[in-house]
Structures are given as structure tokens and as C-alpha cells.
Design a binder for this molecule. Structure first.
Ligand SMILES: *Cc1c(COP(=O)(O)O)cnc(C)c1O
Length: 480
């Protein structure tokens, strides 16, 4: 592809601005350029083609099947984009509520925040929620900071150990450490569940709590989840649910009913928002009654006359965890999605998410190793260990899939599965798409038997071929 700089022609213009009708301001000499900026000189059409072509170099949910395990790259209904762009929402200034009478002009936005909090708390079985955290990991941090504040208020500051299963997402130990806890890993057993004996051995009066992902990152529902929670709470600890995999249980199980004290929800996964490349996101946290006083503020409240206000008077609150009230436009999309799906809709989401993952798992079982004999929830974790015997690694399979028009699954995670390929189809895909994907995976498995070397060169059809990812991370060259 010819880059925009290569198309530059001296004197060519896209737009001509009218002559300025205000006097030029005097700028300090130190701020002025000594040389003109080196910009491409192109027509409007050249610029449009440049950006349109660039926009087609990537794979996205709107262009390709995107089974990136753990990330829930589902289709995002376009109506949510329209709603979040409505000027009444998108042009609200975040400080309006602080101005005298400003609160009168943002009642609709406050209602969205209030109702989303209540809907999330109700859907997940908790007393209340906060929408402030900007991502899942940020929600985890918010929750464990509340755990720390709760333990401090109870005078239990010796409780410094956070238990984290070896199948956990890497953000869990990072969040616990940032909140001042020491992490202790708990092994999973041969069935892919948390090992209860290991858990019992680890429990003592220095344990602050556990961070448990359910369904876990192997794609399995923790068989003894209620017992795990009960054991930790009996030992005086708190139980946290990493709810990033809520897609699998939506409308069927409420983690609050299982006894968890808090959980985060990745609205950008479960409740639709185009996310990727690190954003945008929103990681609300739901809490049980005993943690309510520690929720971040300000909190939206509802007056008897039905109007909404903001309060900042909870003495025990952990305070602000993010500017203002969270990532409002993402919350708005989640609100629309919650209302659009309703109760029955939630059940269909989890049903189809689980069905799709098991369909892929079954179809690929003859070709790829599965380390556990067990049906999965919303994602299935395969291993490329059989292909590894031929020198073909999970990364090679991921790259070969790009040539076949599919985004790669997550690879090498969870860490406890060698050569892991973590496939999450999401509920929005049709059987035809899943069949096409499975056939591509089967083709690659056959190729790994017959001509493994060829897979080492994939991808061949993408704008750039195989990259030196380590080199790119260590020694980035950010300008041409
Ligand atoms: C995605 C994910 C997270 C982190 O969420 P972010 O929004 O990416 O910060 C945490 N835990 C699990 C299990 C996840 O899948």
C-alpha cells in the first residue's frame, strides 16, 4: 500500500481555508516553529483513500469471526452506538452536576447511572454497585481496596494474604498486590477445578480473602464454588468473584447468591461495547451489604420525588477511583443492552454462548488435544501439543488462521495448559460461521501432519507477515 507521504505532491491541497478575518495573534517567539512542519500535500480523495485503506488492515468483530478467548468479542448492536452518540448524552459536561442548579440539567444521565447500578446489582445478586472503574482490572482493584478498607475498619489488619488460583487471569494478583496484599497461589486439580484440599491448607487467620474466576479460565464452572466461598468466609476472609466470564452464566446463576462479597463485570465483554487494543471499557463492581459503606463516591441517589442527586458524604468510602462517574458512554451502551435483552434474553445469551463453545470443542476433539474430559462453558481450551510433536506451535496455528480469514484465538493462556488455544465463539455467531472456523482449524491440523514447515511462514495474506513481536516490544520504532 502506498503511504500518504509517498503520494505527496508539492502544492496539492485538500481544502482551502478562507482568509482569516480576525487579526493574527502575536505568539511568543519561543513557541514558533523554525521550519515548516513536514506534512504530506494531498487531495481530499487521497486522504480519504489513505484512511479507508488503513481502516481495512485490521480484523475486527464487524469484519471477521473473532474467537479471542476470555475477551468475549461479541457483536455489538449498532443501535447502542446511536444511543451513546445522542447529543443529550455525548455533549454533557462532566462537571455540570457540580454547578449551581446544574443537577437539573443532567437528570437523564444520572437516571442512567442509577438504574444501571441497580440492574447490575440485581442481575448478579448483590446489594449495590459502583460504575466508576474503567476496566475489569480496575474493578478488581476497586473491590480489593474495599476489602482492605473493610478489614481495617474491623481491626483485622493482620489479614494480608490473598488466595488466587493458578488458573487466574494475570490481573488478579496484580490488583491484589496494588491494594497491599500478598498473593498465595492455589493449585487446581486434575479436573480443572480449584483443589479444595489445597485451599483448606492455605486458610488461616492471615487470609484476607480469595479472588475466584467462575467460570474459570479453563472454561469450566467451578464445581464446588459455593463450598469454596463458604470455606473462605468461615475462616474470616472475603470472597471475590472475577466476573469477566459472566456471559456464560447470565440469567442462570447470580454470584451474590453463592455468597460472594463482591464481583466485577466487564461490561465491554458481557454487555456489548466495541473494545480491543485496550479500550474503551467499564468494570462496574457489585457488592454485598457489608461492603456498601466502602463504595467509591460520588454515588447517585434517588429522591422521594423521583429526581436524582449526587452524594459524597460516606465517611468510610474509598473515595474516587476514577474521574467523575466512570466511562459514561460505555455504561450507556450496557444500560441499553440490559434493557434490550431483559430476563429471557439473558438466558438465551448464556445458553447460546455455552452451546457454541461446546459445538466447537466437540468438532475439534478428534484433531486437537483437550487436557480435561469435561464439557465447557462459554469457551473451550484446546492444546496444540499434538501438533507440537511436528514442530508446529500454538502461535503458528494462530497465524495460519489469519490467512483463512479468522482472528486468532487467545494463545498460551491459561498458563496451566501447554500450547493453549483458548476459543470463545460468543453467542452472536451462527452455526455456519462456527463450521467454517472448525473446517479451517481441521485443515490446519492436517497441514501440521503433512507439511508443517509451511505453517511456520504464515500469515502470507495479511498486510504485514510474521512479526518479531519480542523485538517490536523491546525496540519499538514508532515513526517511519
Ligand atoms: C478480561 C479479563 C479481566 C480484565 O479485564 P480488563 O477489562 O481487560 O481489565 C480479568 N479477568 C478475566 C477472567 C478476564 O477475562
Amino acid at each position: 500500500m502506498k503511504l500518504i507521504f509517498d503520494k505527496s505532491v508539492n502544492g496539492r491541497r485538500g481544502v482551502r481555508l478562507p482568509a482569516s478575518d480576525v487579526p493574527a495573534a502575536e505568539l511568543p517567539q519561543a513557541l514558533l516553529r523554525s521550519q515548516a512542519a513536514e506534512l504530506p500535500e494531498v487531495s481530499e480523495l487521497d486522504a480519504v483513500r489513505h484512511f479507508t485503506l488503513l481502516g481495512r488492515q485490521n480484523m475486527g468483530v464487524d469484519t471477521n469471526f473473532y474467537p479471542l478467548g476470555s475477551c468475549t468479542m461479541k457483536y455489538n448492536p449498532k443501535i447502542n452506538e446511536r444511543l451513546s452518540a445522542l447529543p443529550g448524552f455525548s455533549e454533557l459536561h462532566p462537571m455540570l452536576a457540580q454547578l449551581p442548579e446544574g443537577i437539573d440539567y443532567c437528570q437523564g444521565a444520572l437516571q442512567v447511572l442509577y438504574e444501571t447500578e441497580k440492574l447490575l446489582a440485581q442481575t448478579c445478586g448483590f446489594a449495590d454497585a459502583t460504575l466508576q472503574p474503567m476496566a475489569g482490572a480496575h474493578g478488581e482493584l476497586t473491590a480489593v481496596m474495599m476489602f482492605a478498607a473493610y478489614l481495617k475498619a474491623k481491626g483485622e489488619t493482620r489479614r494480608k494474604i490473598m488466595l488466587i488460583p493458578d488458573s487466574a487471569h494475570g490481573t488478579n494478583p496484580a490488583s491484589a498486590a496494588m491494594a497491599g496484599f500478598t498473593c498465595k497461589e492455589i493449585a487446581s486439580n486434575a479436573d480443572g477445578d480449584l483443589d479444595l484440599d489445597e485451599l483448606k491448607k492455605a486458610l488461616n487467620d492471615e487470609v484476607a480473602g480469595i479472588m475466584l474466576t467462575t467460570p474459570n479460565t479453563l472454561g469450566f464452572y467451578e464445581s464446588a464454588v459455593a463450598e469454596v466461598v463458604a470455606l473462605v468466609k468461615q475462616a474470616g476472609g472475603l470472597a471475590y468473584c472475577d466476573g469477566a466470564n459472566l456471559n456464560a452464566i447470565l440469567g442462570r446463576i447470580r454470584p451474590g447468591d453463592l455468597g460472594f462479597d463482591a464481583m466485577h463485570i466487564n461490561t465491554h465483554k458481557t454487555l456489548s461495547t466495541p473494545h480491543g487494543g485496550g479500550g474503551p471499557g467499564s468494570g462496574p463492581v457489585c457488592v454485598a451489604a457489608r461492603l456498601e459503606p466502602f463504595l467509591p463516591q460520588p454515588k447517585v441517589y434517588k429522591n422521594k420525588d423521583g429526581s436524582y442527586g449526587l452524594s459524597e458524604d460516606s465517611a468510610q468510602s474509598i473515595g474516587y477511583i476514577a474521574p467523575y462517574y466512570g466511562n459514561f458512554s460505555v455504561i450507556l451502551r450496557a444500560y441499553a443492552y440490559l434493557l434490550m435483552c431483559g430476563g429471557d434474553g439473558f438466558q438465551r445469551i448464556s445458553e447460546n454462548a455455552v452451546l457454541n463453545a461446546n459445538y466447537v470443542r466437540e468438532r475439534l476433539a478428534p484433531w486437537y488435544e483437550q487436557n480435561y474430559e469435561r464439557s465447557c462453558m462459554h469457551e473451550c481450551v484446546l492444546s496444540a501439543s499434538r501438533q507440537g510433536a511436528k514442530g508446529v506451535r500454538a502461535l503458528d496455528i494462530a497465524k495460519a488462521l489469519l490467512d483463512k480469514g479468522f482472528h486468532a484465538p487467545t494463545v498460551y493462556f491459561p498458563l496451566i495448559v501447554p500450547e493453549a488455544l483458548m476459543i470463545e465463539p460468543a453467542e452472536t455467531e451462527s452455526k455456519q460461521t462456527l463450521d467454517d472456523f472448525c473446517e479451517a482449524m481441521i485443515d490446519i491440523a492436517k497441514q501440521a501432519e503433512e507439511n508443517p514447515e509451511a505453517l511456520k511462514n504464515a500469515p502470507l495474506s495479511t498486510p504485514v507477515g510474521r512479526l518479531d513481536e519480542v523485538g517490536a516490544a523491546r525496540n519499538p520504532i514508532l515513526r517511519a
